[in-house]
Write a protein that binds this ligand. Structure first.
Ligand SMILES: [Zn+2]
Length: 429
């Protein structure tokens, strides 16, 4: 028997360590989840998949004119390489790389461009102008120091690689500020990496339905973290909430089959949920709804419900919340989480979460357990249990497995369908 009030909090504590996708940490977390499943008399399985990764050999940056200074930097992984020994390049700050920023800028093959943030259209422009390298200003504040913040490497998204590779770097905002203030005009850059793949994994457990076993719901929460912090809020909390549901439903099976998936490598590009869909093509049509849990249990803040579906789903969720006096902000659209790949298959989703942007900051070393609370987690968990139970035990499904056209458009936009189609040759379109 578990203590309902504290179970999720205790599991979040156990999972609060670095769990980056494709590493030992992620494997260790998967084993903790497997052990929990077994402790409830259930049977879990670990389903492995490969993710793109790289081994870094060298990443360095130095201002060479009109002054010299070594610069702290991290790479965009998988963004390509610069020649061994590095290259000296002109440095140009082109802010957002809009058309106006690009006025009068021709070939960039001897230039490293400094930009405020990276987006796809901009990257495409840089590629078309043959930029030799790009340098992105990190999202920290100029007064942050290396003692209180991390400069975290990230991978170049797959969609950018469809365009082509430009070796990329990230620097602190204070560094960028000083470089521009001091008129840095030349940099020496080196980036050497070997591309490889790492093994990541999902933890999967199924509770067969008692009356309609051929109809199912999928319940998802990613259990990996980014490269820093303990990923307590994002997303040890969602993983714990999902286990709280598992232990309840394994004793109280629903009419419909429940497929629990603790997803790996969400942070690197939703790889776990995408792999799950790829590895189970035969059951996708049976899945009528996804319940996704990505961050909950903050002491301060407010509850949120993310609905990927039509007005009927929004009203359905609102009515359940109203019935039990659960106050939540309901948002309709695509969430940047494991529900999105299911939405691409036409499956609606309900995401239940809770957050407070001032006390909890994801993807940093400050995503810690301190601002989280057992009571808040329990309230989120109980409401999730109610929604899941109502849906999976309904006599007739109250919501159809379909998405309205406006949401389908949002899903396409989220996965950059239009953008990627720009890259196709006319005959492929
Ligand atoms: Zn997350």
């Amino acid at each position: 028997m578990i203590n309902n009030e504290t179970y999720q909090y205790e599991l979040v504590k156990k999972l609060s360590f670095l769990r980056y996708g494709g590493t030992e940490g992620e494997a260790k977390a998967a084993q903790i989840l497997m052990d929990e499943i077994a402790s409830f008399g259930g049977k879990g399985s670990i389903e492995e998949f490969q993710i793109p990764a790289y081994d870094l050999h060298k990443c360095s940056m130095k201002v060479t004119a009109p002054y010299t200074e070594e610069i702290e930097c991290v790479p965009y992984g998988l963004s390509g390489q610069l020649p061994e020994g590095g290259v000296e390049l002109d440095l140009k700050y082109i802010e957002l790389a809009t058309d106006i920023d690009f006025m009068g800028i021709g070939d960039l093959s001897g230039t490293a461009v400094l930009i405020n943030t990276l987006d796809w259209d901009m990257y495409k422009k840089l590629y078309e102008h043959h930029a030799a390298a790009f340098i992105v200003i990190a999202q920290d504040k100029w007064w942050n120091t290396p003692e209180d913040t991390d400069l975290v490497p990230r991978n170049l998204r797959d969609e950018y690689m469809e365009i082509g590779k430009i070796p990329g770097f990230q620097i602190r905002s204070i560094t960028a500020l000083n470089m521009v203030k001091n008129g840095a005009s030349k940099v020496h850059l080196e980036l050497r990496e070997t591309e490889t793949t790492h093994t990541s994994r999902n933890v999967v457990a199924v509770i067969p339905g008692t009356e309609y076993p051929d109809e199912s719901v999928v319940l998802t929460a990613h259990f990996d973290s980014v490269l820093v912090g303990t990923g307590s809020w994002d997303n040890a909390t969602g993983s714990a909430l999902l286990m709280y549901l598992y232990q309840y439903f394994v004793k109280n099976p629903a009419k419909r089959t429940m497929r629990f998936v603790w997803c790996g490598s969400e942070e690197q590009g939703l790889y776990g949920s995408i792999a799950y869909i790829d590895q189970h093509p035969d059951i996708i049509d049976e899945i009528k709804m996804d319940f996704n849990f990505d961050m909950n249990g903050t002491v301060l803040g407010r509850n949120s419900i993310s609905v990927t579906g039509g007005e009927d789903l929004k009203n359905y969720v609102y009515q359940m919340a109203a019935e039990v006096g659960y106050d939540a902000n309901i948002r309709v659209g695509v969430s940047s989480s494991d529900s999105a790949p299911f939405a691409r298959k036409g499956i609606p989703s309900i995401g239940i979460g809770r957050g407070h942007m001032q006390s909890c900051i994801i993807h940093t070393r400050n995503d810690l357990i301190y601002p989280l609370g057992a009571e808040a987690m329990h309230r989120n968990g109980e409401f999730a249990k109610l929604c899941v139970s109502r849906f999976t035990n309904s006599v007739v499904l109250p919501i159809k497995r379909e998405l309205p056209d406006n949401i389908k458009k949002d899903v396409d936009k989220y996965f950059w369908v239009d953008k990627l189609s720009q890259l196709k040759k006319p005959e492929e379109k």
